[in-house]
Design a binder for this molecule. Sequence first.
Ligand code: HBI
Ligand code: FE
Length: 289
Amino acid sequence: MADHAFEHPPEGAAADWTVPQDWAAYTAEDHETWDILFARQSALLPGRACEAYLRGLDVLRLSKPGIPDYAELNQRLMAATGWQVVAVPGLVPDAVFFDHLANRRFVAGNFIRRRDQLDYLQEPDVFHDVFGHVPMLADPVFADYMAAYGRGGLRSLGFGALDKLARLYWYTVEFGLVREAGGLRLFGSGIVSSFGESRFALDDPSPNRIAFDLERVMRTRYRIDDYQQVYFVIDSFEDLLRQTLETDFAPLYARLAGLPDLGPADVIDGDALITRGTQAYAMERAGAG
Ligand code: HBI
Ligand code: FE
């Protein structure tokens, strides 16, 4: 899936594709970009992000402002859950990505977006990777889920089922919602790191919101270029972890191979719909594009 130019690590990267973060090389403008994004998102997220995320946000409050120095960040993250953040130059091959996750290493881009990209960019930068992902990695249950996902990812390569498993990552780790406090809360890193989508995912009438079902999620294609047309809602992180550990993925992949994929806006018999979306946003974007 990963769209990388080389099968081998680029010049300057180690065999496992990691590079030094080189924190000293960030400019004052880079740090300021982080501070602007951090202030904006952390003001928006109370009452929207789940408790686990908001608690985990504290691990990012380091001794100095600006882009976190991974060495300091890792001391706090390691103490919480045994995870660490390692820098990589960009997208890394799937097997490398999964091997890092299975070993509790989260790979993070070491560059930060430009000032004209505050609201949107497609490739993961340090703000998405660290602000979006690290707080959840400080939660013990979610931390175990991510490591289990890494092990499952390595196995999925042997089944030729990476595209199916990648959808699980997308609709949980990147764009998941969770039932909490009598409503819905955010935990997906792609949402919590996005100024627009952190409101859209909860408040907009356009997208469908459907109770999480492992097989349903793994049949559902996703879009990488705009807000999601469907969000899946887990009951709890314990439930997500338990389903992942208890499911035998080999027969599931075999069954999925005989089922048609679903489009992002499809609703099927058996869906536990929480809100039926109008798809107005997606239709307007399609018309405008
Ligand atoms: N590389 N740096 C980086 N970040 C990712 O999220 C990532 C990757 N390589 C592959 C990959 N993700 C996919 O395998 C997963 O999204 C399934
Ligand atoms: Fe991500």
